[in-house]
Write a new protein. Sequence first.
Length: 117
Amino acid sequence: MTDSVLIRRPIARWTGGARIAACPRCQESVEDSLGSPQIPTMRLANQGPRRVDGNTVCVRGYCCRSCEYVLAIGPGDANVEVGSSRDRGGEPWVSIGAVFADGSKRPVVVPAGEVVP
Ligand SMILES: [Zn+2]
């Protein structure tokens, strides 16, 4: 875990009729890495530093181990109910802004418990 972690969106690739998530740089499937990779809180945008507890925060997404990108899923694609009190695992998620590798600021999804209300 370093401050050099870069965030990108995964790309969709079609293989045998199935839509799989892939790395935008090396095109490899990242489907089996779906989880909660950590990003430094310094990558968060438009948030005061007190809003997140600690130096890193989990985001809903994939990671490409070859490229060392965190591939964060947008709130519309996260397969979790953003903003609701529960998802299937019982954990609430919220949308928060982050700075991506290209300098753009886009929403990512983080566990609500990591964001101080
Ligand atoms: Zn890659």
